[in-house]
Design a protein around this ligand. Sequence first.
Ligand SMILES: Cc1cc2nc3c(=O)[nH]c(=O)nc-3n(C[C@H](O)[C@H](O)[C@H](O)COP(=O)(O)O)c2cc1C
Length: 333
Amino acid sequence: MTREPASGRTDKDLRAAIDAAVWAPSVHNTQPWRFSVRGSTISLRADADRRLEVADPDGREMLLSCGAALYTLRLALRAEGYRPETVVLPDPDRPHLVADVHVAEGDAIEDADVRRLYAQIERRRTHRGAFVDEPVGAPVLAGLHYEAEAEGARLVQAIEMHTKGALAALTQAADHVQRRSRQYMSETARWAPAPGSTRAEGVPQESYPQQSPRTEPHFPTRDFARGHGWGVHVEPPEDALLTGAVLLLVTGSDEPRDWVRAGQALQRVLLRATEAGLAAAFHTQALEIPELRDFVRDRFCAGAHPQMILRLGTAAGPGFATVRRAADVTEEG
Ligand SMILES: Cc1cc2nc3c(=O)[nH]c(=O)nc-3n(C[C@H](O)[C@H](O)[C@H](O)COP(=O)(O)O)c2cc1C
């Protein structure tokens, strides 16, 4: 039997947990989520108006983003002393539902590890640059593998230079194809506001460097500036910089439920990495082109389904800024 939490405390705490959840990463910072609260249940729904129609027609990245928000919500509730009980989609009568989180009173035991991870939620930022010449330690990597598996996904590390090179080349190929596509670029433009914009969504110029530092092998950053010269000025280093650890986040099957799972695993891995002083760069261009995604799957994932390609390391240079809109919350009943 779970005890219902005392409602005086709950309303404020549930709202605080939702406010924490919006700090999850999302593709193009679309923040494609909505929350509603009924009693002590929080429902998380995908906001399909925020799906990227060109880059993400199936809503895979939208659900990954929602999964990241879901993990953050669960973590925040646990940090507040509750016991979240999560039921993940599907519900045929509620098509955009991602999950219902029933909030039960916890055992009030202070969990230092949960608090430490919770403290990373607003510190974590997407990195869009190179890494210093310092390999990610084996114990940290082992810990990250564990975090991904605990959420039902898996990390596959590209260790061989040729594998890293092939993934970088595939990212470059996808990036070239996308830069040539008018539909793709106008969709990116919609989510990359011009300097001075007050929008609290999308990827503003404070979030990326003016010039993407050249790493070896080179993983191109998405073209948010579109030739306008926007971005943070970072002194270019003399030498090529390190790519960092290259990781694929994979799942055994490829249904919407797996995408939510992968999103939860992603955020759990990212928060643990932040705690260890590491930053992550994402390169999902190749996974948005079905033929390239199939190729990555066959060649580098032993048949598992690639959900994210990321680089991990100690950031060279300053971190970048990000923005968030206030949580979209409906109180029901
Ligand atoms: C599914 C997914 C795909 C992403 N793909 C990329 C990408 O290809 N390139 C990139 O620079 N950032 C990518 N991101 C990071 C988002 O742009 C980032 O989370 C968002 O701008 C918010 O910024 P923050 O992570 O610093 O809070 C991705 C994030 C998610 C969840």
